[in-house]
Design a protein around this ligand. Structure first.
Ligand code: COA
Length: 381
């Protein structure tokens, strides 16, 4: 038997850290500068000034829409919000205890089968998926609470209609503004894990719905989109200002990660976190904001003291939790709400991948044994 290969000199860095896997004109993270750019616009140019629908158009088409283009996009999206009967039946069959991300993953997959979505990815398919994501999430949330789903309202914008379908009531303007800004901020983020997943699936020439369903699966993990609910759990566990120091010290002494801190690319504060911090300051109760901000300040001081080489800062998820809570969302809906935004980016990346597509098929470094001799089962020890 040949010896086991242990050298990893030819292997890519663990977690593909620093490896460039695609060229994209959709978005870019300047990690050292703390900048996020969508199609040439710094995120601060867009947040609070554009609606989610405008950003969808920007990501899909490459430029901000004029009024005629925006009106057409809004009309087409709002006309496609209702779910096919088969999709609603699938959601009704879901146990009330299901994770909302499992519901979204299943509901999105059912849309692919019901519409159906097949063949080479198109802008119309991207729009058909993005339009229906809030309806899948809201229908399940209503059903699990013993209520009937609320039909979408074509006269409301994407953010307002999502909140309306959750509660059955027209949401307050400040909630709509907060949620719309959140949806703009989270819509794309260069080659994050879920976007990479979607592009890998698209590169096999599978359909856009399959690519997006894969993206939902990748987003669900706590190292990606699953963090904000855990931020709320952390703040609940801390509870009061005088418990911040002992709680954080104990977590870090135990080598636990603090949710809402650290990032693979940002080596300074995530610009989205800065915007969300100010939104949270406006929209949360003073007591809650004081607890969150106090936790952030102490956590950063300790992370910098203990891990000075790592450049750990607040990431987008820390204040996402506060903002999404302030608009009335249950914390287990946070990842699905992230997906309602990110489907814009995923679909844009799938469309981009299909231009001059080549199968994404990297290699691995084999570290197992070689040259073993087969023995029938009767002769094995
Ligand atoms: N709390 C405490 N330590 C952290 C940390 C955190 N949130 N994030 C990273 N670190 C530390 C690690 O313990 C490790 O330290 P070590 O070298 O002493 O062992 C070092 O920083 C590198 O961490 P690593 O997990 O390898 O970095 P990464 O680039 O692979 O991971 C994240 C990036 C986002 C996955 C990571 O920072 C994390 O898990 N954060 C918490 C979850 C979160 O907020 N996710 C949302 C991301 S937007």
């Amino acid at each position: 038997m040949s010896s086991v290969t242990t050298s990893n000199t030819s292997a890519a860095p663990k977690g593909l850290d620093g490896v460039v896997v695609a060229s994209t004109a959709i978005s870019h993270v300047f990690g050292n500068e703390g900048r996020l750019v969508y199609r040439g616009y710094d995120i601060g140019q867009l947040a609070g000034k554009t609606t989610f629908e405008e950003v969808c158009f920007l990501l899909w088409k490459g430029h901000l829409p004029n009024q005629v283009e925006l009106d057409a996009l809004r009309a087409t999206m709002s006309a496609q919000r209702a779910l096919p009967d088969a999709v609603l039946a699938t959601i009704r069959a879901m146990p009330a205890s299901a994770d909302p991300m499992d519901n979204l993953r299943t509901g999105a997959s059912a849309i692919g089968a019901a519409l159906p979505i097949s063949g080479t990815a198109t802008f119309e398919q991207a729009l058909a998926l993005a339009a229906r994501f809030p309806t899948i999430v809201a229908a399940f949330d209503r059903l699990r609470k013993g209520k009937e789903p609320v039909a979408p309202r074509a006269d409301l914008g994407h953010a307002a209609n999502y909140l309306y379908m959750l509660t059955g009531e027209i949401p307050p303007e400040n909630h709509v503004k907060s949620l719309d800004t959140y949806l703009v901020l989270l819509a794309d983020h260069s080659m994050n894990a879920s976007t990479f997943t979607a592009r890998v699936i698209a590169s096999t020439e599978s359909d856009i719905c399959s690519a997006i369903v894969g993206g939902i699966g990748a987003l669900k993990g706590p190292l990606h989109g699953g963090a904000p609910a855990l931020v709320m759990d952390m703040l609940d566990a801390i509870g009061t200002a005088d418990n911040i120091k002992p709680w954080i010290d104990q977590a870090l002494d135990g080598h636990h990660k603090l949710m809402g801190f650290g990032h693979r690319v940002y080596k300074t504060t995530d610009p989205r976190a800065e915007i969300l911090r100010e939104m949270a300051r406006q929209s949360s109760t003073p007591e809650f904001f004081a607890l969150a901000h106090g936790t952030e300040e102490y956590a950063l001081a300790e992370l910098h003291r203990r891990k000075s080489d790592q450049k750990l800062y607040t990431n987008v998820e820390f204040y996402s939790a506060a903002v999404l809570s302030s608009v009335g969302l249950d914390r287990d809906l946070f990842p699905s709400t992230f997906a309602i935004s990110r489907v814009a980016g995923w679909t844009a990346h799938v469309l981009e991948q299909m231009v001059g597509n080549r199968l994404i098929r990297p290699q691995s470094e084999y570290v197992g044994p070689l040259g073993l001799t087969f023995a029938p089962v009767s002769e094995r020890a």
